[in-house]
Design a binder for this molecule. Structure first.
Ligand code: FRU
Length: 560
């Protein structure tokens, strides 16, 4: 790998590259970014071949969870767990990026730096707008909540920081921490305004039984309330034991659930209308460690306690974690984004000076009736604005083992949106290959007998997973249940990018996200069917415009 990119904390932060890259020196050692405000751009090139076209990735270094998600005055803020110095998890701080449309991002540097003197990492948390100035930081101040992870003493406490200039400068609250229970596994505070009681609610994970702190609180998600976002009162815990009891009772229609939870992280609680009814339900999104995945727990919240009624797996792929949603979203939508990655193998995946991408931002919606409320996720609306050429437009064509209707089209590329309705008809399997090349391919297959969609990435990466990109046994396939709809078809919306494939099945009823690391030249696409003929009712393929990452440089932006 490029030695320039193997940077130590004390070195200059540099973005280098060839071709489309702009060579940009972001700073010398310390805070020595000289000069004026300006924006440079980075985009993918053959030498940075997995840099996404339309997903967020850092200029360099390591990212994990999205943090401090809040919308304010035309700007979506995306803070994130960040180590800008090398592509590994260490000395975590909060990086910052903003966007007006959730697709074109500008990176602004580190806003909550690692505290080297006290060895305190800045772990995950949420963001909100204090419209009534309850905390006294100023009207409409952004308030960020985060965990202080004391790496020496193994203690985690909850802290806040604020910004009165819409994120440009962020100041840590002088009397941090605001919640401290002396516990080693207590993190990821996320705060929202609970209108009926006119107070703030903090959801935070007590990731292990609180046996060290004398209060013996059980592992689970804790709820605190506050009138000023500073003084917090413990309200209740939704425990992992309670969850397991409910799960044992409810019927679940997928086979991948692991009913035992090691620990929960990154809670996110919000109320959603149930489409087509007058009802609302609360959704508690939690990231589950053990076999990492994200669960949506559906139920009721009364300002004090959460009661769970049902659950949905957010994503059936390997690569979706730490999902959180934007607070204060202007369109009354709930848009979540996750880290499109998987802890167990993140140190092994190939890299070109950076590691980690975010998922596509997703709307989360509920539909159904009291006894059967279902969740849907689908890409944020503005994705359609990235559409460029329509590379294929197929309708009412048969697919067989020797007939591929895509052959007569221009369907190929590295950043694509594919929308298709397929009737498996008499075929046993029908599917689509993307990022297909001489040595690699990613294969999406529908199995009619099992009503199951499979994503196979065994051959999806340049050198193949056998080279240790993924953990042994986790490299190849993921599956999701997908019922035929009433008319006998399935509907897929597939987002292909330089290093990921996201599949939204049947209007987002099921979702599956996986990373891939294909060759630059693997841009092919084909349809296939086996043992019979399937019918493409309709299929369109769009080339999606690349969104270069803007990099803003200015004095005081904490770029080091
Ligand atoms: C989830 C997580 C959080 C923690 C952060 C540290 O991915 O483990 O619980 O705050 O990562 O980077």
């Amino acid at each position: 790998m490029n030695e320039l990119l193997r940077l130590s904390r004390r070195n200059a932060l540099r973005v280098t590259g060839t071709g489309l890259f702009t060579t940009t020196v972001l700073g010398g050692s310390g805070l020595s970014v000289s000069a004026t405000d300006h924006v440079e751009q980075i985009e993918a090139s053959e030498s940075d071949l997995w840099r996404p076209g339309f997903h967020f990735a850092p200029p360099q270094g390591w990212i994990n969870d999205p943090n401090g998600l809040v919308y304010h005055e035309g700007v979506y803020h995306l803070f994130f767990q960040y180590n800008p110095y090398n592509p590994f998890w260490e000395d975590i701080e909060w990086g910052h990026a903003t966007s007006e449309d959730l697709f074109e991002w500008t990176y602004h540097g580190v806003k909550l730096p690692f505290d080297e003197e006290n060895n305190i990492g800045k772990f995950s948390g949420g963001g909100t707008v204090d419209t009534q100035n309850t905390a006294g930081f100023g009207e409409d101040a952004l308030i960020l909540s985060y965990t202080g992870a004391h790496l020496n003493e193994s203690i985690q406490d909850q802290r806040i920081a604020y910004s009165t200039d819409n994120g440009k400068t962020v100041t840590a609250y002088a009397d941090n921490p605001v919640v401290d229970t002396n516990d080693p596994e207590f993190r990821d505070p996320n705060v929202f305004w609970y209108e009926p009681n006119e107070h703030w609610i903090m959801v935070v994970s007590r990731a292990a039984d609180g046996d060290d702190n004398g209060d013996e609180r059980p592992a689970g998600i804790e709820f605190y309330s506050s009138e000023d976002h500073i003084d917090w009162t413990y309200e209740s815990t939704f425990t992992i034991d309670e969850y397991e009891d409910v799960v044992a009772e409810i019927e679940t229609n997928n086979g991948v659930y692991n009913d035992t939870v090691d620990l929960w992280e990154c809670p996110d609680l919000f109320e959603l209308p149930v489409e087509g009814t007058d009802e609302t339900k609360w959704v508690l999104t939690v990231s589950v460690q053990g076999d990492p995945h994200v669960d949506h727990l559906i139920g009721e919240f009364d300002g004090h306690e959460f009661t769970m009624e049902d659950r949905e797996l957010a994503d059936y792929g390997y690569d979706y974690f730490a999902a959180m949603s934007w607070d204060n979203e202007p369109n009354d939508c709930r848009i979540q984004i996750g880290w499109a990655a998987h802890w167990p193998y993140m140190d092994f995946i190939p890299e070109t000076g950076w590691r980690g991408i975010m998922s596509v931002p997703r709307n989360v919606a509920l539909e159904g009736e009291e006894s059967d409320i279902r969740l849907r996720e689908y890409p944020a609306e503005k994705l359609v604005d990235l559409r460029q050429d329509k590379l294929a437009d197929v309708s009412k064509e048969m697919v067989t083992s020797c007939r591929d209707p895509l052959e007569d089209t221009n369907a190929n590329g590295r950043s694509l949106e594919i929308i298709m309705t397929i009737d498996p008809h008499s075929a046993d399997t029908v599917g689509l290959r993307v990022r297909e090349g001489e040595n690699d391919q990613s294969v999406i297959t529908y199995y009619t007998d099992k009503n199951q969609l499979e994503f196979d990435r065994l051959e999806s990466s340049v050198d193949g997973p056998a080279d240790g990109f993924y953990d042994p046994g986790q490299e190849d396939t993921t599956t999701m249940p997908l019922e035929l709809r009433e008319d006998g078809t399935i509907q897929l919306r597939v987002l292909v990018d330089r290093s990921s494939v996201e599949i939204f099945g049947n209007g987002g009823r099921r979702v599956m996200t996986n990373q891939i690391f294909p060759d630059w030249d693997s841009t092919g696409m084909s349809l296939f069917a086996d043992k019979g003929a399937a019918r493409v009712e309709d299929m369109v393929v769009y080339d999606l415009a690349s969104q270069p990452l803007g990099i803003e440089l200015h004095e005081g932006s904490h770029l080091r």
